[in-house]
Structure formats: structure tokens, C-alpha cells
Design a protein around this ligand. Sequence first.
Ligand code: CUA
Length: 314
Amino acid sequence: MAEDQLGLIKLAISIMVGVMIIVFGIAAYVLIKFRRKPGQTDVPKQVEGNLKLEIIWTAIPLVLVMILGVATVQKVFAIGEDYSKDKNAVKVKVTSHLFWWEFNYPDYGVTTAQDLIIPTGKKIALELKTADVLHSFWVPSLAGKTDTNTDGTVNKAWIEASKEGVYLGKCAELCGPSHGLMEFKVKAVSDDSFKKWIESMKAPAVLPADPAVAEVFKSQCLTCHAVGDQGGPLAPNLTGIGSRETVASILLNEEGTGNPVGRKPIKDNLVEWLKDPQAVKPGNKMPAPKEGLGLTDDQIEAIAQYLADYKLSY
Ligand code: CUA
């Protein structure tokens, strides 16, 4: 979709530059060629009206505007296409929250957060809504923005990635103190990898090996978060979080792809987040693990280590 949009911009700019060069060229030619010669005192022949010229300079812009119009209308319909009933499309229900993104794949019974995993070369049919306030889903290198409305309406959109890779996504609607930190990633992988990812997402939940840590994790974390088939839907799903690009969408993991600047091991990012979530993402709804949930530093370390090791193979 973004390529279509870029194509339209290129077409419009080429036409405009073409018109500009011709018009300015003629103007410059006329200014030089017909300027008053030294010593010239007579008034040149006065000309009024020229039907042939008037037809030409009406017809040319009309043709140009029609070329632009036809291309634009075509693309507008293509961009607005609804792929939600298309059998070959991958359906994803997107729900925005203060300040994170939930991705549910209804055909596979899989829910994840922050990293939207998609197969390349396929239409991804999105249905977007919000859990709280107005947000806007935007992956600049793939498509335009789609709002998630507060009146209960579901907006439809689609994306498609032709190349494997990680595409940056942003919330594009001012939604609160951490609006600027409400990022996400679209990770485009091969069809095989996508199938493997779905399989590993559906595998039974892996809980901390140490029973004491597992107990704390279940009683304090899984009340809102989920892993596999356990836990709740109120906070980001943590299944396979060890394979994600970021922690809390803004702390870049060393294990992720892309520019290495500012990346830290996921374990360190998890500890940073768990020690003080409000410092990382002001206004988020996570209770402070230490003050609010009564976790000790050792428990935070152990849970961070468990989550960092909770990877998916795909
Ligand atoms: Cu959500 Cu800005």
C-alpha cells in the first residue's frame, strides 16, 4: 500500500515538474525574445484572443488532471479493498490499549502483543478497535494510518510486506503521556516460519522451572498477563516474549534485528522494566512490581530470566 502511495506521489510530482519546466521555459523564452530592443519606441502589434491556443491550453491540463484522477481513484479503491472475507488473507484483530498493541489471529486462536508476525507476500486483513481511548495504527513503510475508534466501530485495513524484515509501527494519535512510546513492530517472515511461529505459540505454556518463582509468576503476573493458555487478557500476552524485538515496545533487545545502537540484552531490559515500569513508560497501567505487588529484587531477577529464556522457534 505504501508503494502504491509512493507511486501516486511520483506520478503527481512528475506531471507537476513537467508542467513547470514547459511553462517556465516558454515564459523565459518569451521574456528574452520579445523584450524591448535598445532604441525601440513603437508599440508592438496588439494581439487579442487565439482560439487554437486557448483550446490547447485548456485541453492539456484537462488530460493531465484526468491521468492523475484515474490513477488516484484506482489506488483509493485498491487501498480501501476489504480482504476480511478473502480465504488467502491472514486475519488479525488489532486492539489498541494505553500504551500497547494486542494482535489476535482468530483463524489460529493465537494472541500476541507488540510484535505483529506476518508471512510475506500475503494480504493481512486487519480489523482494528480500541480498548480505551483513540489510538491510530501506523506502519509508515507498509501503509497509511488507521484509527481505532472509541465508538465501538471496527475499522478495516490491510497490509502486505513483500520483503522479510522488521517494520516500525507507531501509534499516530495523541493518546496520553506515553503516546510517543506506543510503538510496535511488524515482523515479516517466510510462510514456513509463520506456520512454525503459530505452532510454537499454540504449544502448552512454559512456566518458570523453579516452583517458588512459578508460584509468584502465577499469582502476581498471570492475573493480567497470559502465557499460552494460562492467565488473563488485560495486559500484553507474554508467550515467547524472549523472541521479541523489544520490551514494552521501547527498550530494544540485543537479540532483535536492525540497528545495534541502544540495544541491550533482553534480560537487562526486562529487569529495567520490572524495577520501575513508570520510569520506562509513564502512565502505563502496570502496578509497580516492587511497591505494588511486593516482589523482591531476587524474584524480579528470576522472572526476568525466565521471560528472557521463553523463546519461540520459527
Ligand atoms: Cu496510542 Cu498514541
